[in-house]
Design a protein around this ligand. Structure first.
Ligand SMILES: O=c1cc[nH]c(=O)[nH]1
Length: 214
């Protein structure tokens, strides 16, 4: 299932516009904060799709009836670009367990690249809802590789993938290899460069948030 945040106009349009804007994105704090704000909006929207149980809250004056999440999802992030959106989602799912994955593109002599995954730190994901956060869904290969390994290792109950900007190719790849995933994206862009950057995209999200890597 594909959900596009900007299908309906909202404040999210502004945050997406600002992270794309080549002048505004030079303000690193604003860039990170906008990704964080998008994470908060995604989390709020996704929270409407989760399971709730009836609850009673004791106030100073009586008992208030409500419904609360039956469990918090697990938030998983691909380092390092995912960190600001991860924090935004954690602001909403504020008791969530977290998982962190270190993955990078290893460029070959031919100019093509493969995804290398080195570091995984996760809680037990058996019977949990896993939300994988990757702000830029370019080829979709990192997300598929990461999720497939986690799905092999754990009996994950449901899988949600969240990206601020996704390419059409990335969405097709995820839908083909992770048909069970619910996909939440901010905007969809049509092009990928030969180096797998999204066009118009925004550039390199990790570099803009944390500085140019070597
Ligand atoms: O366009 C892209 C693609 C992958 N990662 C980025 O940061 N930007």
């Amino acid at each position: 299932m594909l959900n596009v945040l900007t299908k309906q106009n909202s404040a999210a349009n502004h945050f997406l516009a600002e992270i794309r804007d080549k002048d505004l994105q030079q303000d690193r704090m604003r860039f990170r904060r906008n990704l964080e704000r998008l994470g908060e909006i995604f989390a709020y929207e996704i929270s409407k799709t989760l399971t709730y149980v009836p609850a009673e809250i004791e106030t100073p004056l009586g008992i208030a009836e409500t419904s609360l999440l039956s469990e918090q999802p697990v938030l998983a992030t691909v380092l390092r670009a995912g960190i600001p959106m991860h924090q935004g989602m954690l602001n909403v799912f504020d008791q969530a367990d977290c998982a962190f994955i270190g993955a990078y593109r290893k460029t070959k002599k031919s100019g093509t690249f493969e995804i290398r995954k080195e570091y995984v730190s996760t809680v037990n994901l058996d019977n949990r809802t896993l939300i994988l956060i990757d702000p830029m869904l370019a080829t979709g290969k990192t997300v598929v590789l990461t999720c497939k390994e986690l799905l092999d290792d754990f009996a994950i109950k449901s899988l949600i993938v969240v990206s601020a900007i996704a390419s059409e190719e990335g969405i097709t790849h995820v839908q083909a290899f992770l048909p069970q995933a619910q996909l939440w994206v901010g905007n969809i862009d049509s092009e990928l460069t030969s180096k797998a950057y999204i066009v118009p995209g925004l550039g390199d999200a990790g570099d803009l948030a944390y500085g140019m890597k070597e």
